[in-house]
Design a protein around this ligand. Structure first.
Ligand code: H2B
Length: 101
């Protein structure tokens, strides 16, 4: 998967396919809300596994009943790349199963 920086338009186009995600200071970001703190912690563990599988890691913050992700690509100088969107899509696939919204 390409690790070249995406243009602003490419980022905006890809974000349109990922409701809930936004561009925040050159990182793509989403915060999920869950029913309980334990459910939020379980989502963090699941996301951590996906991130190791992809060898691509967000800043992942566990709140009381929230999980916040922000990610860009260090190896592309901190730009947003396809790798960030691949991670976002993978997380979107599993989040509903955790009751995340
Ligand atoms: C050595 C390892 O492959 C790199 O450090 C990976 C790991 N996870 C990563 N995560 C992110 N967000 N950006 C990277 O460039 C990156 N690089």
């Amino acid at each position: 998967m390409a690790t070249e920086p995406l243009s602003q338009k490419e980022i905006e186009d890809r974000l349109r396919e990922l409701p809930g995600w936004s561009l925040d200071d050159n990182r793509i970001a989403r915060t999920y809300r869950l029913g309980t703190h334990f459910a939020a912690a379980a989502l963090v563990v699941h996301v951590a596994g996906i991130q190791d599988e992809l060898d691509h890691h967000s800043d992942l913050t566990l709140g009381y009943n929230t999980v916040a992700l922000t990610v860009n690509t260090h190896s592309a100088g901190g730009a947003v790349t396809d790798l960030d969107f691949e991670l976002a899509r993978r997380v979107e696939d599993i989040a509903p199963g955790h009751g995340a919204s």
